[in-house]
Design a protein around this ligand. Structure first.
Ligand code: NAD
Length: 342
């Protein structure tokens, strides 16, 4: 298959592209940033949030290579940043619109990356099944951007016959997630801080329970979704992809400390505006439709993540600095094609 991945320089995009290549598929990406992890696949440097005229060959009048399916991962993916800068949430919706127009014109199926944030922070269920989403509980502009994107996708399926799979992810961690100056994710941030002997802050304290998903499980679910959407076995489904087990963030911090061999210094603080503080996914639908089982529990995933972090940090000692900035990384001027060199 020929798979177009938007957001291909990000954590999930990079892992997914490499996995699909290993499976024998042809991958090309689109992202507004350089890929700092690998040059193993070609991608286009392009800002997908522009107001573009519909153009059948590709978004923004750029001729893309032919594809069999699009995986749309590009987004501003930080809840707190979007509380402060809600225009980025609107950009998420515009990106999805541009991708949908491209898919509509070329009659391509779409896999979309939604989030557990669409369920809100309602503390009503032990586990959240896909039908539990109630948008009266929209918690943040980020959630709103994903709900908007889902709604656009469902409308394109109804009006134009577009085929889709929407995945709702939850706290994906592991390999290629340590670019903290760009993207403060909680587990790599804790690994970074504890490895430097710094204390960590758990917003939401003991009460915060999340469903942490190891990257390879997430990517395996997406890969299965891609195959089944293209061959017609699964069409127009919304599916939770998570481990299906709740863990407190405090416990995750303690596991990291144990793996690093340090004494954890944990400060608790009230949760931040817009945060989901309790979520455990019901993952039966992913099992039934995709034959998918998550393999890596948090207890197994933390050691893998710390091992990857150590290896990466040894090769990049310059990253051993305090996390201070909260910026987006440099925006490249595009569109510019980057060819694969590996
Ligand atoms: N990682 C998680 O825990 C998680 C959980 C739920 C949902 N998601 C969703 O999954 C997707 C992938 O997440 P990720 O963790 O890989 O995030 P990421 O930030 O690592 O990757 C997203 C990529 O999108 C790119 N992008 C942003 N704006 C763009 C624009 N205007 N034009 C082109 N590219 C643009 C970024 O440069 C980045 O490389 C996102 O849509 C995110 O919202 C992730």
């Amino acid at each position: 298959m020929r798979v177009l991945i938007t957001g291909s320089s990000g954590q999930i995009g990079t892992n997914l592209a490499l996995r699909l290549q290993r499976d024998g598929h042809t991958v090309f990406g689109v992202d507004k940033r350089q890929n700092t992890w690998t040059d193993a696949f070609p991608y286009l440097l392009q800002d997908l949030a522009g107001h573009y005229e519909p153009f059948p060959g590709g978004i923004g009048g750029v001729e893309y290579p032919q594809a069999d399916i699009v995986v749309h991962l590009a987004a501003h993916a930080k809840v707190h940043q979007l509380v402060r800068q809600p225009h980025r949430a609107l950009e998420n919706a515009i990106m999805t619109f541009n991708v949908l127009e491209y898919c509509r014109q070329l009659e391509l199926p779409l896999v979309f990356s939604s989030t557990r944030e669409v369920y809100g922070d309602v503390h009503r269920f032990d586990e959240y099944g896909e039908a539990a989403a109630d948008f009266a509980f929209t918690e943040s502009p980020y959630s709103a951007s994903k709900i908007t994107s889902e709604a656009f996708i469902y409308s394109y399926a109804r009006c134009y016959g577009m085929r889709y799979v929407v995945f709702r992810f939850s706290n994906v961690y592991g390999r290629y997630d340590s670019d903290l100056q760009r993207m403060e994710r909680v587990l790599p941030k804790f690994i970074h801080q504890m490895s430097r002997g710094e204390p960590v802050t758990v917003y939401g304290g003991d009460e915060k329970v999340l469903d942490f998903t190891y990257i390879d499980d997430c990517v395996d679910g997406i890969a299965r979704g891609i195959e089944r959407l293209v061959d017609g076995r699964v069409t127009n489904e919304t599916i939770n992809l998570a481990y299906g087990q709740g863990n407190t963030l405090v416990r995750a911090a303690e596991l990291i400390a144990a793996e690093l061999g340090v004494e954890p210094r944990i400060t608790q603080a009230p949760s931040l505006l817009g945060e989901v503080t309790h979520y455990v996914a019901d993952i039966r639908k992913a099992h039934d439709l995709l034959g998918w089982e998550p393999r890596t529990s948090l207890d197994d995933g933390i050691p893998k993540s710390v091992a990857w972090f150590r290896e990466h940090r040894a090769a990049h000692p310059e990253e051993d600095v305090p996390v201070t900035a909260d910026h987006e990384g440099s925006r490249e001027t595009g569109p510019v094609w980057k060819t694969a060199t590996a």
